[in-house]
Design a protein around this ligand. Structure first.
Ligand code: AMP
Length: 204
């Protein structure tokens, strides 16, 4: 009987001693990765003069993605951070916050731009370079005393993370730290954040 490629793949994958990683088998976490080399720089995006640090090239790299989450979780652990909820800031904070929450055994809570969350919300307004913006979280998502870690892909001026911190503190949560993949050191965003551990994996 002629066997299709799919059938062969099934036989190979079903061998328990097979050393060949299949698309569904977990990859080992490398001991060290140069994560910066996986971030792509896009000049003049979204407007002239901005050097956009594009993390989609890191996300598409299976080892890079795994290493990023494992490294972030390890750094939280080393900082003695224990968390009830990881708060992800829309939208790239969702991408890193959810797997981190899974890894550290916490829940995940999205903080979104105005009007995106369906149930009753707590909100906070904050200043942008031009004008104001607003972030929201579900009222029944967080409670007084919840231990929360705020996660985003990048900290630049610190405005977004600082507003998120004020939002969760207004609710009475215990802010236990911040986790960023990228930190733009020259902009000194961490200066505007509360005095809790601030973890970043890549610095420019
Ligand atoms: P900030 O509030 O100034 O700290 O800006 C942080 C937010 O803006 C994050 O959600 C980032 O995703 C985004 N952001 C700011 N600057 C950059 C940049 N140079 N490259 C990519 N994303 C950026």
């Amino acid at each position: 009987m002629a066997l299709g490629i799919g059938h062969w793949a099934l036989i190979i994958n079903s061998s328990p001693s097979s050393p060949i990683p299949t698309p569904h088998s977990p990859l080992p976490t490398p001991h060290f990765m140069d994560l910066k080399s996986l971030v792509r720089d896009i000049p003049d995006f979204p407007k002239p003069g901005i050097l956009f640090r594009d993390i989609t090239t890191l996300l598409r790299d299976p080892e890079g993605l795994r290493y990023t989450i494992d490294f972030l979780a390890q750094k939280c652990n080393e900082a003695g951070i224990t968390v009830d909820y990881v708060i992800g800031i829309e939208s790239r904070g969702f991408i890193f916050g959810s797997p981190l929450a899974y890894k550290v055994g916490a829940g995940f809570i999205p903080v979104r731009k105005k009007g995106k969350l369906p149930a009753a919300v707590h909100s906070i307004e904050y200043e942008l370079e031009y004008g104001m913006d607003c972030l929201e979280v579900h009222q029944d998502g967080l409670h007084q005393g919840s231990r929360v870690l705020i996660v985003d892909d990048l900290i630049a001026t610190g405005g977004t993370a600082s507003a998120t911190a004020k939002l969760v503190q207004k609710i009475g949560c215990e802010l236990v730290g911040f986790g960023f993949i990228i930190e733009l050191r020259d902009l000194e965003g961490r200066k505007y954040l509360p005095d809790v551990p601030i973890i970043s994996l890549i610095e420019y």
